[in-house]
Design a protein around this ligand. Structure first.
Ligand code: ATP
Ligand code: MG
Length: 238
């Protein structure tokens, strides 16, 4: 794996609180995800999965360690870049368990909003949105309001939104939880296809046994520590 690109974390730790109520949610976590790769992050409730995604997404500040994104050091025992909002907006896509679409914008504008906020012209932002909606097989609903879509359609729109600014990294927290197994597997096929098409590094937190076989690599997280699952047994992963 090229050490320079993708996402790399070394010795990442996160402690919530202080004193005798402190919780060590992450303990010296190491992880690398290459462009075009989709990795799974699994583990029991309270293990630290969401905490890790939030640190990776610069939503919360780690306690110590090092993170690089696209070869740039973004955290090294402290943030190394001044503007975390711009980092989040332009370089990280988030997909949540619930789609959180904006109810008063149509499907196209839900996807086009982030590129517009990033300063892209409206026409180009909408063209990009439509291209993604086509890739996700939901372009026929481009003018609909979110409330008029099925759950699976809303989730596909939220994936399009996560891809809209061509982020090098997508962080997904339980993206298939509300879906039946056929749709959950379809979402994983889409994420794998998007990863290779746009060379995005994708990290998917999941409890969902149905989708775990779709990952070529899985990190297990337990009590704040992460372990990469041995390669064999995943050899047949799609
Ligand atoms: N804001 C917070 N303040 C204090 N402790 C927290 C906070 N957020 C999470 N924790 C604790 O950190 C640990 C890891 O929580 P986290 O949300 O990362 O777990 P998780 O693996 O995502 O669990 P789940 O599968 O239930 O979503 C837990 O012990 C949790 O109680
Ligand atoms: Mg969680």
């Amino acid at each position: 794996m090229d050490k320079g690109i993708g996402i790399h974390i070394e010795g990442l730790s996160k402690r919530y609180g202080t004193g005798n109520t402190a919780v060590d949610a992450l303990k010296e976590v190491n992880m690398s995800v290459a462009p075009g790769e989709v990795v799974g992050l699994v583990g029991p409730s309270g293990a630290g999965k969401t905490t890790l995604l939030k640190c990776l997404g610069a939503v919360i500040e780690p306690t110590r360690g090092r993170m690089t994104l696209g070869g740039e050091v973004i955290y090294n025992n402290g943030w190394k870049i001044p503007d975390l909002r711009t980092l989040r907006r332009d370089r990280i896509g988030f997909i949540f368990q619930a789609p959180y679409l904006i109810p008063f914008l149509d499907v196209t504008d839900n996807v086009a909003l982030l590129p517009m906020l990033a300063g892209q012209p409206n026409r180009e932002s909408r063209a990009r949105a439509l291209e993604l909606l086509q890739a996700l097989d939901v372009a026929h609903r481009a003018k609909a309001q979110p409330s008029e879509l099925s759950g699976g359609e809303q989730q596909r729109v939220s994936i399009a939104r996560a891809l809209a600014n061509r982020p090098p990294v997508i962080l997904a927290d339980e993206p298939t939880a509300p879906l039946d197994s056929e749709r959950a597997l379809a979402v994983m096929r889409i994420l794998n296809q998007m990863a290779s098409q746009y060379q995005t590094a994708i990290i998917v937190v999941t409890h969902d046994e149905k989708i775990i076989p779709t990952f070529k690599r899985v990190y297990h997280i337990r009590d704040g520590r992460a372990f990469e699952e041995a390669g064999e047994g995943r050899a047949g992963a799609a």
